[in-house]
Ligand binder design. Structure first.
Ligand code: SF4
Length: 637
C-alpha cells in the first residue's frame, strides 16, 4: 500500500479524446519525488527528441507532490512542465494553492497531456471521470473569467488551471493560471494554447494516507511555528515587494533594462509605500499560514480602481526595469498581465528591449503602432501588453520574446536583449551578485534565480559578492540540488530557511508521509539526479556550451551607480565560474555529463539510448577513471 502517492499517471490524448491510467513504479516515485522531479522524468520519456514545443507531440505534464493534501505547511504546490516554446529546453514552472490539492484528489500523481483538440477544450477530471468539453464560448476570455465560467458551468467544486488570450495566441511566455496564482515562466501557457486546451478542471475525493500521522503532526507543528518566525518576517510584513529596497541597498536592483543597478525613485515604488498607501488585502496559498500574498489597489483611478497582486519580480519588471516609478501604473500592468495570462518578467524584459530599440531608432512609430516607447513613461505600457497578448501589430514581434525579436529586428539589438537561453532575466543584478551571475548563466530553464537560489550567498554575505571565484561552482551546484528537492517535495521556497538541517528534516517528513525509508543523503542525491536529468534533456534538445552565458551587456559594461559603481563581470570571470560549476557537478569541461555520472545517478538506462553519438571525453573531474564517457546527443533541432 502506498502512502503520500497514488502511484498513477493519467495520460490524456486530446487528438483522439482518449485516456489511460498507468502505474508509476515505486522506484520512479522515490527517485524523482514528485512535482518538478516527477514531471521532468515524464517529460523526458514522452517528449519525442527534437519535438517542436508548439506541436501536438510536446507533452504537457502537471505533477502533484507527495506532501500535498497532508498537514505539511506550504505543500499545496504542483509543477507544470513541457518543452519550452521560449527556450527550446526544459520548461518547468510551479504554481500552488487549491488546484494542487484537487489535482491530487483526482487519484493520480501526475497528468500527462499530448495531442491537440479540434475545438477550444476544457479537460475535466472529476473523481475518476474524464470529460472533453468544448468551450469555444470562452475564446479570448481572461484567466480569472475563464476559471469562474468553468466552475459556474461545470461545478463549483472544481479547481481550474486556465490560459488567457496570451496562451491562445501562442505568446511564447504565456502562463498557466489557477486560484490567482501562476505557473509563470517558460511559456507553458502557449503549450496549452497550441493544444487548444483552454482549461483543466480537477476535483476528487481520493485522499492519500499518511504512513505515520502522529509523528508527522509533531514535526509539522514545529515547522509551522518556524515558518512564522524570523525567516519569513519580512514577507509577512510587506510581502515579497520588501525585496526591492533590500536589493536597491545592495546596488543589485536592475533598472532601465539593466543599464543600472539602482533606481533613483525606488522609495516611491517600494514595498513599504505599497503597504502603506495601496494595500487592499492580504492572503496566502492554501495550506500555508505565512500569507505573503498582497493585493494592491490603484489610488488615482476613481471608479476605475484596479486591484492587482504584486510580487517583487513583477514589481521589478514592470517598474524599475522600465524606469517606471508610478505604483498605479505597475499595479494596472500587473493586473492586466495576470488577466491576459502573461509572465510579467518576460513581458517587462521584452518591452524594455523594445524601448531601447525605439530610443536607438531601430523601431519607429510606424513599427510600434504609434506607441511612444520611453523609459519612465507608463502610458504606453497597457496598450503594449494588450498588443502582446493579442499578437496585434508590434505585439506579434514582442510575443516572440526578446531573443527572437532581436533576431528579427537585427541592428545589434541582441546586445540589449536581456535573456539567457531565451528566458528574460529576473530582478537580480549579476554584476553585483556574482554567485547569482553563475546561477543565471547555467540554469537549465534559462535566466532563472529560483532553480539555484544562488543570490542567497551574495545577499547573506557568505561570499564577497563583487568577486568572481571558483568557490561559486560548488555553492551553485549545492543550491540547485536543494532547490530541486524543494520543488519536487514540493514546499514553498520561502520556508527554505526554516530548516536547521535541510536534508535530514525533509527526509524525516518525506518518510513519515510515504512510509519509505530514505536517508538524507539519498534525498540530496535525488535532487542531483533531477538536475542532471534536466541537463540531459537540454543536451538531447541541442544545448551547447555557449548557451551557459549571460547577455553581452552584463559582460561588457561596468555598473554606473550606487555601491557597485565601476563593478563589472568579464567573460573570463564568468568562464572561470562556469568551469568550476561543471567540475563541482562531475561534468566534463564542455559541460557534458559523463556516462559514469549518469550510471551513478541511475539515469543511464533512461538517458543512454538517446546518446547514439556518445564519445570518449577528457573528464577534468574523474582523473584516472577509465570510464569517462561524455554524452553528446545528436541534435535533432
Ligand atoms: S509563503 Fe507565500 S507563496 Fe509560499 S505558500 Fe505561503 S502564501 Fe504561498
Amino acid at each position: 500500500m502506498l502512502y503520500g502517492y497514488h502511484g498513477k499517471v493519467l495520460k490524456v490524448d486530446l487528438s483522439s479524446r482518449s485516456y489511460e491510467l498507468q502505474e508509476l513504479p515505486e522506484r520512479t516515485l522515490s527517485d524523482f519525488i514528485g512535482g518538478v522531479g516527477l514531471a521532468t522524468r515524464l517529460l523526458y520519456e514522452h517528449a519525442p527528441r527534437g519535438c517542436e514545443p508548439l506541436s501536438p507531440g510536446n507533452p504537457l505534464v502537471l505533477a502533484a507532490n507527495p506532501l500535498v493534501d497532508t498537514p505539511v505547511t506550504t505543500s499545496a504546490k504542483y509543477a507544470v512542465v513541457a518543452k519550452s516554446p521560449l527556450t527550446g529546453f526544459v520548461g518547468d514552472s510551479i504554481s500552488g494553492s487549491h488546484l494542487a490539492i484537487e489535482l491530487k484528489r483526482t487519484g493520480v500523481d501526475a497528468l500527462l497531456v499530448t495531442g491537440a483538440a479540434d475545438d477550444l477544450t476544457c479537460l475535466v477530471i472529476d473523481d475518476g471521470q474524464v470529460r472533453f468539453l468544448s468551450v469555444d464560448h470562452l475564446a479570448g476570455k481572461g484567466t480569472r473569467e475563464t476559471e469562474e465560467a468553468v466552475r459556474r458551468q461545470f461545478g463549483q467544486h472544481l479547481r481550474v488551471a486556465a490560459i488567457g488570450p496570451a496562451g491562445e495566441n501562442l505568446v511564447r511566455y504565456a502562463t498557466v493560471s489557477n486560484d490567482g496564482r501562476h505557473a509563470g515562466r517558460t511559456g507553458n501557457g502557449a503549450v496549452m494554447g497550441a493544444k487548444r486546451l483552454k482549461a483543466i478542471a480537477v476535483a476528487g475525493s481520493k485522499r492519500v494516507g499518511v504512513a505515520r500521522p502522529a509523528e508527522l503532526e509533531a514535526i509539522v507543528q514545529r515547522l509551522t511555528e518556524r515558518s512564522l518566525g524570523p525567516a519569513t518576517a519580512r514577507y509577512r510584513r510587506e510581502g515579497t515587494s520588501a525585496n526591492l529596497l533590500l536589493l536597491q541597498g545592495l546596488a543589485a536592483l536592475p533598472s532601465h533594462n539593466f543599464r543600472r543597478s539602482t533606481f533613483e525613485r525606488a522609495e516611491q515604488i517600494s514595498g513599504r509605500q505599497l503597504q502603506q498607501r495601496h494595500l487592499a488585502a492580504v492572503s496566502g496559498c492554501a495550506s500555508c499560514a505565512v500569507g505573503c500574498t498582497r493585493l494592491y489597489r490603484t489610488l488615482n483611478g476613481g471608479s476605475a480602481e484596479t486591484r492587482g497582486r504584486l510580487e517583487y519580480e513583477t514589481l521589478f519588471a514592470l517598474g524599475p526595469l522600465l524606469g517606471i516609478d508610478d505604483p498605479n501604473a505597475v499595479i494596472r500592468a500587473a493586473a492586466l498581465c495576470d488577466q491576459l495570462g502573461l509572465d510579467t518578467i518576460s513581458t517587462g524584459g521584452t518591452i524594455a528591449w523594445a524601448i531601447e530599440c525605439f530610443e536607438r531608432g531601430l523601431l519607429s512609430r510606424g513599427d510600434t503602432d504609434g506607441l511612444d516607447l520611453r523609459f519612465g513613461d507608463g502610458s504606453a505600457l497597457l496598450p503594449a501588453i494588450e498588443k502582446i497578448a493579442r499578437r496585434e501589430g508590434l505585439g506579434s514581434l514582442l510575443a516572440e520574446g526578446s531573443k527572437r525579436a532581436a533576431a528579427q529586428v537585427g541592428g545589434g539589438s541582441d546586445q540589449w536583449a536581456m535573456q539567457v537561453k531565451g528566458l528574460e532575466m529576473p530582478g537580480y543584478e549579476p554584476r553585483s551578485l556574482k554567485t547569482a551571475a553563475l546561477g543565471l548563466a547555467i540554469a537549465t530553464r534559462g535566466a532563472c534565480h529560483n532553480r539555484s537560489a544562488a543570490y542567497q550567498a551574495d545577499v547573506a554575505e557568505l561570499v564577497d559578492r563583487f568577486e568572481a571565484d571558483e568557490s561559486r561552482g560548488l555553492i551553485v551546484a549545492e543550491g540547485e540540488d536543494q532547490e530541486a528537492v524543494l520543488d519536487s517535495l514540493a514546499l514553498c521556497k520561502f520556508i527554505r530557511s526554516c530548516f536547521a538541517d535541510f536534508y535530514a528534516e525533509t527526509a524525516d517528513i518525506y518518510n513519515l508521509v510515504t512510509g519509505f525509508d530514505i536517508s538524507a543523503e539519498a534525498l540530496r542525491r535525488a535532487g542531483e539526479r533531477i538536475v542532471n536529468l534536466r541537463k540531459a534533456f537540454n543536451i538531447r534538445e541541442g544545448w551547447q556550451r555557449e548557451d551557459d552565458t549571460l547577455p553581452p551587456r552584463i559582460l561588457a559594461d561596468a555598473l554606473p551607480s550606487g555601491a557597485a559603481r565601476g563593478v563589472g563581470l568579464t567573460e573570463a570571470e564568468l568562464d572561470l565560474m562556469v568551469a568550476a560549476y561543471y567540475r563541482a557537478r562531475g561534468w566534463t569541461a564542455d559541460g557534458l555529463i559523463p556516462e559514469a555520472k549518469l550510471q551513478e545517478l541511475g539515469l543511464w538506462e533512461l538517458v543512454g539510448p538517446d546518446a547514439p553519438g556518445h564519445r570518449r571525453a577528457e573528464s577534468p573531474v574523474a582523473p584516472g577513471n577509465p570510464r569517462t564517457w561524455a554524452v553528446r546527443f545528436r541534435s535533432a533541432v
